[in-house]
Write a protein that binds this ligand. Structure first.
Ligand code: GUN
Length: 293
């Protein structure tokens, strides 16, 4: 038996259609065009390509992009001044400062300078605290993508055993909190965890976000488990470069019940989830109840 492939591309396309409809409703009924400011500092190649995809996606659903590409020698004070200008701009409902930032800029200070209501990355300590205390909030995009993919297989997570491998502030930490809020039984594994393979074998849902190519092997997976692979690792095989996840897909697909491929799983969902957050931020700032997406 091979696993059901969780098709991130198709689920993302459906979600994009729903976001587009809700965006048009906001514009036609309330005269509001959601604006997303994306700020890139420096010339990191991967960041540049993400930022370009984000701006394209924003336009496609009828939102307004505000793109800032500033030089690598931008100072922290200059960047904070830009964020403050965007905080005060009524045409901007969402602000995303692309990470990583150049070494002279402290990312925590930049994130803290964003108005929490416009923090579409969900990284601000206020939003992280709201997630932690079960209050409605803007949550980070990749964890939203993961939970939506998990729910395509398990509409209810009540009591399910989930192992979250990785505890980053961008994925593992917030995703484990979201899973807990969904009443799953959540274990978090990280670099210092002992008996990782045994923990993996117990999980009904295994989420892996560690940035290590094909780290999780097929025989670590409980037969029939759902596997969510957040990794995007570039590897070279025989002189050819390609992308693999944190899970050995060829092995895992023979054991799992359902699995996200890489590419084509979590990746296509994350940008759409950024649009979801921008839409939610816009509805919130307009004093409207949250949209259905
Ligand atoms: N760099 C890598 N992932 C992310 C993300 O989700 N948001 C931002 N702002 N930067 C990133």
């Amino acid at each position: 038996m091979t696993a059901k492939i969780i098709d991130g591309k198709t689920i993302a396309a459906d979600l994009r259609t729903a976001v587009k409809a809700e965006t048009h409703r906001l514009t036609s009924e309330h005269g509001m065009v959601p604006g997303l400011a994306v700020v890139l500092v420096g010339d990191n190649a991967a960041s540049k390509s993400y930022v370009t995809s984000k701006s394209r996606a924003v336009v496609e659903v009828g939102m307004r992009p505000f793109d800032y590409h500033w030089p690598a020698d931008t100072t922290e004070a200059e960047l904070i001044a830009l964020v403050q200008k965007l905080n005060a701009d009524p045409a901007v409902q969402g602000i995303l400062v692309q990470l990583p930032l150049p070494p002279q800029i402290n990312p925590a200070r930049i994130i803290a300078s964003i108005t929490p209501d416009k923090d579409v990355d969900g990284f601000h300590p206020i939003n992280a605290g709201r997630l932690m205390t079960g209050l409605p909030t803007l949550m980070p995009c990749t964890p939203i993508a993961c939970i939506k993919l998990i729910k395509s297989v398990h509409p209810s997570l009540l009591g399910l055993d989930v192992l979250m491998v990785g505890r980053s502030h961008i994925v593992g930490n917030p995703l484990s909190q979201i899973l807990l809020n969904e009443n799953a039984t959540v274990t978090v594994a990280h670099t210092h965890t002992r008996h990782l393979q045994e923990l993996c074998r117990r999980a009904e849902i295994l989420c892996v976000a560690i940035g290590s190519a094909e780290f999780v092997r097929g025989d670590w997976i409980k037969p029939g488990a759902t596997v969510i692979d957040v990794g995007i690792n570039r590897v070279n095989h025989g002189g050819k470069s390609h992308i693999v996840g944190d899970v050995n897909y060829a092995e895992a697909v023979k054991v799992a019940g359902a699995i996200t491929p890489v590419p084509g799983g979590v990746g296509p969902m994350t940008i759409v989830c950024l649009l979801v957050n921008t839409l939610r931020a816009a509805y919130m700032q307009a004093g409207l109840p949250p949209p259905s997406v």
